[in-house]
Write a protein that binds this ligand. Structure first.
Ligand code: AHZ
Length: 321
């Protein structure tokens, strides 16, 4: 097996400068061996590899993850600002729990790569600044609200921290196509997992013959699939079609003050085993939209994590995992 690669980089300030720009001689070494700077680029070479090593390195880990997370403790559906905030809060609080995130898109982050109207800055109303401080994300303090200079700084920082937790697995390019249900003693429905498929497969159910899905069991599912759209509000729409929820309230027009409080306060277990947060909740409760202010997404994530832990502990006590 190839040795683990360690790269030592000498801070640019210690490098010789030519006209203010650091030049060569940077002692950038891989495995303490090949010197890559100091004008030796023509002799540079990577360690050798056979293509099958790359294929196996990916496949072994992915299939091991599918095996490990087929029984998860918590599944988060959707890796937008709410889902990622949920994952960060949960994984930090409970490193002992197996947390799977299912994201339909190839690129996680949902609508949080830009502010409103494709502008860069991201606005969060206080007290969501505390979440930013916890993540170490810099912001300008404008009094009642704070501004992160680029939404992508928030999303990339949050995403990198979530992915670094050893107890979190992100399955992106994977859609939740259905929910696993169980009848509980009262005759009602409990959500006991998710039904998954590659998104590219899920998009072709109309023009290919049956391509059955796979599954993940978990006692707690947190759905944060955003407001209605081609993929949005997935779980709550499915609850209606399976008659576990009578009807949706339908997201209302934009009112930042009303909307953000309502989403955070309303984040809860909608049917046993299924917690809904973020803008998906606006479709259940008929809450207003808030547009380009993201504090409610972060704090709905924090509340969803708290709710999820309470439900998980209850299920453990009931031995209904
Ligand atoms: O790809 C979706 C996105 O990344 C993903 N998703 C949706 N359906 C899915 C499914 N399986 C797996 N069936 C699915 N993944 O869920 C993510 C939702 O992210 P989002 O950013 O759309 O939602 P959010 O609730 O985290 O943040 C909403 C942001 C908005 S919208 C809005 C407004 O219009 O007022 N305001 C804010 C702050």
């Amino acid at each position: 097996m190839a040795p683990a690669v360690t790269i030592d980089v000498v801070e640019p300030t210690t490098l010789p400068h030519k006209g203010g720009v650091p030049v060569g001689n940077g002692k950038l070494r891989a495995n303490g061996g090949v010197e890559t700077a100091d004008g030796k680029w023509k002799d540079f070479t990577f360690h050798p590899i056979r293509e099958s090593q790359v294929a196996r390195a990916m496949a072994r880990r992915y299939f091991n993850d599918l095996d490990t997370y087929a029984e998860s403790d918590i599944v988060i559906v959707g890796a937008g600002s709410c889902g990622l905030s949920t994952a960060y809060t949960l994984a930090k609080a409970r490193p002992d729990l197996k947390i799977a995130i299912i994201e339909a898109s190839v690129s996680p982050g949902g609508g949080a790569w830009l502010g409103g109207q494709l502008f860069s800055a991201m606005v969060m109303r206080k007290p969501a600044d505390k979440f930013l401080s916890d993540l170490g994300i810099p912001f300008e303090d404008e009094g009642a609200y704070v501004v992160v200079k680029h939404a992508a700084l928030f999303t990339s920082t949050l995403l990198s921290k979530v992915l670094a937790f050893p107890n979190v697995k992100l399955f992106n390019a994977t859609s939740v196509e259905d929910l696993i249900t169980r009848r509980d003693e009262s005759g009602g429905i409990r959500i006991a997992g998710v039904v998954t498929n590659w998104t590219l497969v899920a998009m072709h159910h109309d023009d290919q013959s049956c391509m059955d899905p796979s599954t993940i069991n978990a006692p707690v599912i947190i759905s944060t699939t955003g407001h209605d759209g081609p993929f949005g509000a997935f779980s709550v729409k499915r609850l209606v079609s399976m008659q576990a929820l009578e009807k949706l309230g339908g997201m209302r027009g934009l009112d930042m003050n009303t909307a953000e409080d309502a989403i955070v306060k309303g984040t809860r277990e909608i049917v046993p085993g299924l917690i809904v947060g973020g803008m998906e909740l606006s479709e259940v409760d008929g809450a207003n939209r808030m547009g380009p202010t993201f504090g409610a997404m972060a704090l709905s994530g924090v509340k969803a994590a708290e709710e999820a832990l309470a439900v998980f502990e209850l299920r453990q006590k009931q031995n209904a995992i």
